[in-house]
Design a binder for this molecule. Structure first.
Ligand code: NAD
Length: 351
């Protein structure tokens, strides 16, 4: 099958592409506009494969999008391209309307002219709003209640995707996933930002009191779920995807600190860790993000029962893999930090 992956130079899209090329026989077309969040390094290990093709295209441009679809005639689509950083959506919401709403609209219009088996629209649990501590987890039936420009733009794109399914017969399936972490995540998001600051001995800024809860999922588990939905999910359905692993931001940062403190004693990593005191001493609580949702949590029983997918990596182990990856791959993230400090400022903390 010829699978179009949009946003494939980003964090999750590149994980999906690495998996599709290395574990299946499908062809992959990676369509990305190449934004600040894109890196060619994230697909380097598969980019010489004859089944991989790259198209540079901004989905906000309708004629470029049409041309791209006509040139590659995909048989299935995994749509991940989006502006994804909540802090940036507060600083500049227009880019989110453009990429997430207009971009999705243009793509949905363009694919009406090709024969698709599936259009997987990749969304977030943030569209459901904020849970209190004793609310039940989000399910596929939770009403939408987005509260940030990011989640509102994703919610709008989910509605467009479902409407194009009902009205124009585009074979849409929507996924709503919880927070991801893992290798190749842009270093403005919380997990990589904290790792990089902790190893450099810089303060670890945590919003509010660090009490916000997220349901953390290792990125490769998300990629596996998306491929499963693409190949075996029902058209017209929604799948909620989560790690069943609720942790506060403070829990996550404390876990990272203890992993880094432990790695400091290993000859393999000690040279990469400049800071030589317990990392927890670096934690600083800073003014909260406006409209900061308290808790997200996903009940993923539907995808577990229907498609036999389940998360395989517990956060304690996933965070070890992630810390080790950032320790061993500074040549990937260092230039991104330098570029960012040259263009200053983007978000300081991620979700
Ligand atoms: P990312 O910011 O790392 O990557 C997004 C990619 O999309 C970038 O390469 C960017 O260049 C591309 N892109 C953006 N606008 C585009 C446009 N107009 N045309 C073409 N390409 C464009 O994001 P991510 O974290 O990999 O997230 C991917 C998707 O998964 C998003 O739709 C996001 O809403 C969703 N999601 C993310 C998470 C998470 O924790 N990161 C959780 C649930 C869902």
């Amino acid at each position: 099958m010829r699978i179009l992956v949009t946003g494939g130079l980003g964090f999750i899209g590149s994980s999906v592409i690495r998996k599709l090329i290395s574990e299946t026989n499908h062809e992959v077309i990676n369509l990305d506009k190449v934004s600040y969040a894109s890196t060619y390094g994230s697909v380097q290990q598969v980019s010489n494969d004859p089944r991989y093709q790259f198209i540079k295209c901004d989905l906000a441009d309708p004629s470029a999008t049409n041309e791209a679809i006509q040139s590659c005639k995909p048989q299935a689509v995994l749509h991940l391209a989006a502006e994804s950083h909540v802090d940036r959506s507060i600083d500049g919401p227009g880019a989110f309307v453009e990429a997430n709403i207009i971009g999705t609209f243009n793509l949905l219009q363009a694919v009406r002219s090709v024969e698709l088996s599936k259009f997987v629209h990749v969304s977030t649990d943030e569209v459901f709003g904020s849970l209190s501590l004793d609310d039940p987890q989000f399910t596929e039936d939770t009403p939408y209640d987005p509260r940030s420009p990011y989640s509102a733009s994703k919610a709008a794109s989910d509605h467009l995707a479902r409407a194009w399914g009902e009205t124009f017969g585009v074979p849409v399936t929507v996924t709503n996933c919880s927070n991801n972490y893992g290798a190749f995540q842009f270093p403005e998001k919380m997990i990589p930002l904290m790792i990089i600051k902790a190893i450099s001995g810089e303060p670890l800024p945590i919003y509010g009191r660090g009490e916000n809860i997220r349901d953390w999922l290792y990125v490769e588990d998300h990629a596996a779920a998306l491929i499963e939905v693409l190949l075996n999910g029902s058209v017209g359905s929604t799948y909620a995807i989560g790690g069943d692993n609720e942790k506060t931001n403070l829990d996550m940062v404390q876990l990272l600190c203890s992993i880094i403190d432990e790695r400091r004693n290993s000859s393999k990593f000690s040279d990469s860790i400049v800071h030589n005191k317990p990392c927890e001493e670096l934690i600083e609580f800073v003014e909260d993000r406006p409209g900061h949702d308290l808790r997200y949590a996903i009940d993923s029983s539907k995808i577990q029962n229907e498609l036999s997918w389940k998360p395989t990596i517990l956060p304690e182990f996933g965070l070890e893999l992630t810390v080790d990856w950032y320790l061993q791959n500074s040549e990937w993230w260092q230039p991104l930090l330098e570029e960012r400090s040259a263009t200053k400022r983007a978000g300081t903390l991620g979700s």
